[in-house]
Ligand binder design. Structure first.
Ligand code: HEM
Length: 362
């Protein structure tokens, strides 16, 4: 009992920097959209991308992994990633936050060494590949490589982490024996395409897009989500979030395959947020009612109201990407972008309210 209390509070403390990274990242998003924001600084738009990917989502994932591993040193990874996000926001040279993020991703990679010793399985290997790309992203950013050139690393980190998670759950649906090698093969190809995109952009980006598409096809083919969508309640909610997420990942893969490198402008906005909002945040929503209770040891019961922010996220992303970015409409990009922010905040509000309500009634 005496041992468990501090671990629980440590988890809560580590959620705070992740939450701050999200809120600051959303503020920076408003500035990037060219709109007024509650806090106006030059730093926020400058660090929006790495803050969201490593500071917010990275800290959450590392925290979940550390909890699953159950060892105190494992919490260094979420602590350093969270600190990295906060230091990026502080009035210090950006390199200080970048250095902490690099230390965080190295510690995160170390988690997989420990996990691999316990469980030598394909899903762990796929997630470890994602961790290697996270180290690459943070190391190259500190070394001065610009964020647009790091996009495949950031995308590869989160896509492979989620693919590994889905691969683990594949077995529930009794897939054919070749399902696992197919997903692992597509993941490995994607990991190889990431440095190729940096070194040989002309061929590397279309290859990266093709690998993303291959991975989506492999995952959709065998993911239990296709069957769960006919269920009800949480399984149906999660399946809807996952299948729409796969759809957005296919959009991003198609853009990179057809257009190649898109380092700026409408295509850049479209391809990045098809992945990060359409795929990643949809997956975060899909898994939140299962993962948050595991992290916080507090239940987060599914509520049908959760469908509202999920639907809003996808509808406003259609407005932003398929109307605004595709047809050069600034108003649609801005309207869709604000809608994305409200959808994310709406889901966050429901998650916090749901957790506090069950805690109060416990
Ligand atoms: C919730 C609503 C969000 C809005 C409104 C938003 C808005 C924007 C805008 C307007 C840009 C600039 C695009 C351009 O240069 O054409 C941008 C860049 C970016 N965003 Fe977001 N974003 C959001 C969420 C996210 C999330 C959740 C992630 C990652 C998990 C993310 C990752 C990135 C990255 C990596 C960049 C590139 C930054 C750079 O080049 O320095 N965004 N975002």
């Amino acid at each position: 009992m005496t041992q468990r209390a501090p671990v629980g509070s440590r988890r809560l403390v580590l959620l705070v920097p992740a939450g701050l990274a999200l809120v600051a990242g959303l503020d920076g998003a408003l500035l990037l959209l060219g709109l007024p924001a509650p806090v106006q600084t030059d730093r926020l738009p400058q660090v929006h991308g790495p803050l969201m990917v490593l500071g917010f989502v990275g800290t959450l994932i590392a925290l979940e992994r550390a909890v699953a591993l159950g060892r105190r040193p494992a919490f260094a990874a979420p602590a350093l990633l969270g600190a990295g996000g906060l230091l990026l926001l502080a009035p210090l040279p950006v390199a200080v936050g970048q250095g902490a993020q690099l230390a965080g991703t190295l510690a995160y990679g170390g988690l997989y060494v420990a996990i691999w010793r316990r469980q030598q399985a394909a899903p762990v290997a796929v997630q470890a590949l994602g961790a290697v790309l996270a180290v690459g992203a943070s190391g190259l950013w500190l070394a001065g490589v610009a964020v647009p050139d790091l996009a495949p690393f950031l995308v590869g980190f989160l896509v492979l982490t989620i693919a590994g998670e889905r691969l683990e759950l594949l077995r529930v649906g009794f897939p054919p024996p070749h399902a696992e090698p197919v997903v692992v093969g597509a993941s490995l190809a994607l990991a190889c395409a990431v440095p190729a995109a940096l070194l040989w952009p002309r061929a590397g980006y279309p290859a990266f897009g093709a690998c993303l598409l291959a991975l989506v096809v492999a995952l959709v083919r065998y993911d239990v989500a296709r069957r769960m969508v006919r269920a009800s309640g949480l399984p149906r909610f999660s399946a809807l979030a996952m299948l729409t997420g796969y759809g957005w990942l296919a959009v991003a893969g198609s853009i990179w395959l057809a257009v190649g490198r898109v380092p700026a402008g409408r295509g850049y906005d479209a391809v990045l947020h098809a992945v990060f909002l359409g795929f990643v945040l949809s997956m975060v929503m899909a898994h939140a009612p299962v993962i948050l209770p595991a992290v916080l040891r507090r239940p987060l019961p599914y509520r049908p109201a959760m469908l509202v922010p999920l639907a809003a996220l996808h509808a406003t992303l259609v407005l932003r990407v398929l109307v605004g970015d595709a047809h050069g409409s600034t108003a649609a990009v801005q309207g869709g972008g604000v809608g994305n922010i409200l959808a994310v905040l709406g889901f966050l509000g429901l998650a916090v309210h749901g957790t506090l309500r069950t805690q109060a009634s416990a």
